[in-house]
Design a protein around this ligand. Structure first.
Ligand SMILES: [Zn+2]
Length: 412
């Protein structure tokens, strides 16, 4: 059992999710997503872009949370281009970063029509290998190399590229179905060939342009495991991500746990679906994107029955019409919505109302000075989020005021 390859989850909401057109997260919201992913036992959060200036304080503050044991055992990893310069800049701006994914395009299409003569197939490999060596020199602990557009890359070149990455010292290869053109059949075949030639853990990064993203992700993971390699599936909360999105975090976990035949594959035992309801609701609020009523696991209708035969059957025995239990996903608790007077903490709050908000959270302040200090931060947090703060955000700010201050600080 222990020697079997394992399937881990790397959530990329804070990278692919936020680089998506029309939606974004504040740095506080990104921090909350990291905390919830950690609570959920997710292996790694790709938490941002180390060479992007407006991310610097957020990234460094979250790495402080790692040091303090708040964000532990989750790994926080950064996404950069596979160039020596990006690696150097990343370690200059975010010195404590330990985990990186280095990305470069590998398909003929991209090499010819994106690099347009700047790089050819051989120099793509040289550039990538140079970046990996630079990252090792800078004491990176784990390096993933991303083959962008891997699904449209010639198989022999993809293997050559990946072997060169392994040789340079990479720990994993990320197979990116950048355009979402793979099917479960094609990705299984291709990752099988790659993993057999490479004998290195494979990351599976898929997109939903054909509506196949979860199927492709688990087919890719199955291929890696069948070849004796660990698999790392990339996900986003609520299936956010570029264009039609990435693989939905909860759907992937449900597919691995309840899909026919998938039980013989070993999912990271730390993954805990109890957090599903909370993280999905929070991400929906933070992104301002409603959860579709038919979303697996967390949609309003995921456990709703109306037709006579189904309702009767589900009441007689839930297994008649339900594949998994709503309690497992952290559902079933009543949600209390205040319909009378409600004091909220906002950009223009005063100290009295503010204390009332925190008393309801059962958080007390030492003295007026401390309360005033936190109130000031909460005002900034509201300017930062541009929507009422949720209880966990208020608690976070009161518990880690210095970290919160750093997260809100941006110096253009
Ligand atoms: Zn992507």
């Amino acid at each position: 059992m222990t020697n079997k390859p394992k399937i881990h989850i790397i959530d990329v909401t804070n990278r692919d999710g936020v680089q998506t057109s029309r939606i974004c997260l504040s740095k506080l919201q990104k921090t909350m997503i990291n905390i919830y992913l950690n609570d959920m036992g997710i292996f790694q959060s790709e938490f941002g872009f180390p060479v992007t200036h407006h991310e610097t304080n957020y990234l460094n503050a979250n790495l402080e949370l790692v040091k303090m044991g708040v964000l532990s055992p989750i790994r926080l990893s950064g996404w950069i281009r596979a160039t020596r310069d990006d690696v150097k800049t990343a370690f200059k701006m975010v010195p404590q970063i330990k985990h990186l994914n280095l990305s470069i395009s590998t398909s003929d299409q991209m090499i010819m029509h994106k690099f347009k003569g700047k790089l050819d197939h051989q120099s793509v490999i040289q550039e990538m290998a140079g970046a990996v060596k630079e990252a090792l020199k800078s004491k990176a602990e784990c390096i993933g190399v991303n083959a962008e557009d891997a699904s449209r890359t010639r198989m022999d070149y993809l293997i050559e590229f990946s072997l060169a990455a392994k040789e340079a010292g990479a720990n994993r290869i990320r197979y990116c179905d950048t355009l979402g053109c793979d099917t479960p059949f094609s990705i299984y075949e291709r990752i099988k060939l790659l993993a057999e030639a490479l004998k290195l853990p494979i990351e599976i990064h898929c997109h939903n342009d054909l509506g196949l993203v979860v199927a492709n992700s688990i087919a890719g993971a199955k291929a890696a495991c069948d070849s004796g390699c660990d698999a790392y599936i990339n996900t986003c909360v609520n299936g956010m991500g570029e264009r039609a999105g990435n693989a939905d975090l909860i759907s992937v976990i449900l597919a691995l746990k309840y899909g026919t035949g998938m039980q013989e594959y070993v999912l990271d035992e730390r993954v805990n679906l109890k957090m599903a309801w909370k993280i999905c609701k929070y991400a929906s609020y933070a992104f301002g994107v409603p959860i579709p009523i038919n979303q697996p696991g967390v949609g309003t209708n995921a456990f709703a029955h109306e037709s006579g035969i189904h309702a009767d059957g589900a009441l007689k025995d839930r297994r008649n019409y339900e594949l998994y239990d709503f309690e497992e996903l952290g559902r079933g608790e009543p949600e209390i919505i205040e319909t009378g007077r409600k004091i909220t903490a906002g950009e223009y709050s005063g100290i009295k109302g503010f204390r009332n908000v925190y008393e309801k959270l059962e958080l007390a302040f030492r003295d007026d000075e401390e309360a005033t200090k936190v109130l000031e931060l909460v005002r900034y947090a509201n300017v930062h989020n541009q929507k009422p703060l949720v209880d966990d955000e208020l608690k976070f700010i009161a518990t880690y005021p210095d970290i919160a201050r750093k997260i809100f600080t941006m110096t253009p």
